[in-house]
Design a protein. Structure first.
Length: 246
C-alpha cells in the first residue's frame, strides 16, 4: 500500500517524520533510483527505498532509548543548514539515522535530552496533559527571595498564556547571583527563561537535570547512555502509556 515517504521512514524507526522531510529535501532519499520529492509516495513492500544509498530495512526497527547530555551551544536537532554543531555530531555512526531528540533544549542551554525512535513515547512525554515533570537547575542574576519562589509556584501570566512551576527552591546563593531549581510540566519555548526574566531574574546558565525518573546519571557534556529498564518503565507509567496498554 502506498503512503507518504516520511511516514514510511518513521514507521521503520529510521527517523522522525520531520527529520524524514529534511532528508528528502536534501536529496538523500531515492525511490527506485529516482531522488524523492516532498509529497512522494511509495509502497514499502514493492519499491526500493534508499537513504544515503542504503536500502531501507523492511519491518519496524527495535525501539531504543538513550539519555544524552547536550552541551551548551549545540542544537537539539540532527541537522543545521548554518553548519552549527548538532546532537547528531555526538552520536555513533550506527545511531545517527535511528534516533531523534524528544523535545528541545535551546542553543545556549545544556543538560538532559532523551533520544529514541519511539514516536508514541515521544508524543506522550512532550504532551503537557500527560504531566511528565522536567527539572532544571538555573543560575540567575540577583538573589531569588522566598516570595519569588512562591510566585513561581502560584503561577504568572506570560504573553503566550499562564505558566507555573510545580516546585521551586533555592539551591545556593552568592552576592550577585544564585542557583535555583524549578520543575515544570510543559515544554514551551524558553519557558523557564521567560518565567524568571518576568520576575526580574535574567538567566545566566540553564541545565536540565531530570525528565520524570530519568536523570543525567553521571554523564559529562556530550555523553550518551542507554536508559535503564527502571527509567523506561517510569517514563511509560507517568506518561500514561502503561495505562493505555492495559
Amino acid at each position: 500500500m502506498e503512503m507518504r515517504l516520511q511516514k514510511i521512514l518513521a514507521q521503520v524507526g529510521l527517523c522522525s517524520r520531520r527529520r524524514a522531510e529534511e532528508l528528502i529535501a536534501q536529496g538523500r532519499v531515492t525511490v527506485n533510483g529516482v531522488p524523492a520529492q516532498p509529497g512522494t509516495k511509495a509502497d514499502p513492500e514493492r519499491d526500493h527505498i534508499k537513504v544515503d544509498g542504503k536500502l531501507l530495512p523492511l519491518g519496524p526497527a527495535p525501539k531504543v532509548y538513550y539519555a544524552f547530555y547536550k552541551p551548551r551551544e549545540v542544537l537539539s536537532s540532527l541537522y543545521d543548514p548554518q553548519g552549527r554543531p548538532t546532537v547528531r555530531d555526538f552520536l555513533p555512526r550506527r545511531l545517527r539515522l535511528r534516533l531523534w531528540p524528544v523535545g528541545r533544549l535551546d542553543y545556549h542551554s545544556e543538560g538532559l535530552l532523551l533520544l529514541t525512535n519511539d514516536g508514541q513515547l515521544t508524543h506522550a512525554v512532550l504532551h503537557p496533559s500527560r504531566g511528565v515533570e522536567k527539572t532544571y537547575q538555573v543560575k540567575v542574576k540577583g538573589l531569588v527571595e522566598p516570595k519569588t519562589l512562591q510566585r513561581l509556584q502560584r503561577g504568572l501570566r506570560l504573553p503566550d498564556g499562564p505558566a507555573r512551576a510545580v516546585r521551586a527552591r533555592l539551591l545556593r546563593a552568592a552576592e550577585a547571583n544564585c542557583w535555583v531549581e524549578l520543575t515544570v510540566l510543559e515544554g514551551r519555548k524558553h519557558l523557564v527563561r521567560r518565567m524568571l526574566q518576568a520576575l526580574g531574574h535574567p538567566v545566566l546558565r540553564l541545565r536540565r537535570v531530570r525528565i520524570d525518573g530519568v536523570g543525567l546519571g553521571g554523564l559529562a557534556p556530550g555523553g550518551l547512555r542507554p536508559l535503564t529498564e527502571k527509567e523506561l518503565q517510569s517514563l511509560r507509567r507517568h506518561s500514561g502509556l502503561l495505562r493505555e496498554a492495559v
